[in-house]
Design a protein around this ligand. Sequence first.
Ligand code: HEC
Ligand code: HEC
Length: 274
Amino acid sequence: MKIYRSSGSGSLNLCASGYPGALLSLAVLLFVVAPPLFGQSVNPFEGDARAIRGGAGLFRAQCATCHGADAKGIVSIEAPDLTQIWKRQKLSAGAVFGSIRNGIPGSIMPSHSLTDTEVWMLVAYLQSVAETGVIGLPVGDRGAGREAFVENCSECHRAHGVGESLGPNLTGITLQRSLESLVASVRDPDAFVGRGYKVVRLINSKGREITGLIKSEDAFSIQLQDDTGRLRSVIKADLQTVERLSGSLMPEFASRKLIDQELFDIFNFLQSGA
Ligand code: HEC
Ligand code: HEC
């Protein structure tokens, strides 16, 4: 067998020599016809109007019963608002593809036997309804915001190098989320609990109770961060009870406890650099 090495002029040489040329056009044909691959993280259909329309149709037929016709989620069955997933959890297109294809273990989110092309069309639709982050923050005092953050939030959150890590790191969050959804996170945290922060209460075979955040889960085990911050893995077969709590570990901050201006100060601190 002959080995064709491309010299300086590369593929042009190959094309000129007959048989490899045919191979090359076959490769080109396959590349064009083959559906985009699972595992890539860039959606080949992002922004493509026809794909978005197709995705919207699939969404109405297969997803709207749980996620709502507008993709805004249905709280009572804990199906999340899919217009928020991009900025809220910084999900990549590839990760969303994976959730749609494989479902989410431990939840009612099913796997879907759709073609890659159909799944990417759904992802394109979800990208088209994504909400964008904060455009302008209300004026606030960063210094006062830092103090209010240390006093109210730092026992669970880190930002600009200050605080603990039970909850998500809040550095830069104001660039990813709308003001409205940020305010909602603080005033009513139970309405949406992000993945990795769902609370579970377990009783193990020795009768000991463990409360923690589910970091991941499969059919046999749960990986959780307990209330002392320690990460541990528990085998489901060893547990007496598993109680999934619907609320967030984050306390609700009513405006009596933290007035709007204090909250805007905190957001200005989060947005700034220090
Ligand atoms: C039977 C109800 C149900 C159906 C049908 C359903 N979902 Fe879900 N979906 C859920 C629930 C509940 C979750 C949250 C799972 C969790 O994180 O605990 C979810 C999670 C997701 C997530 C992950 C969001 C995140 O925060 O990572 C995506 C993406 C998603 N669904 C898209 C879809 C699409 C697209 C369809 C249709 C092809 C669909 N879902 C159909 C109930 C459903
Ligand atoms: C007792 C711990 C605790 C305190 C105190 C706390 N939080 Fe949280 N917070 C959490 C946890 C856990 C989550 C993740 C679960 C969820 O989404 O509700 C969270 C989520 C959030 C989110 C959503 C982040 C995202 O990526 O979606 C925001 C915004 C937030 N907190 C802001 C604040 C602010 C501002 C304060 C102080 C005024 C505060 N939190 C105080 C534990 C806390």
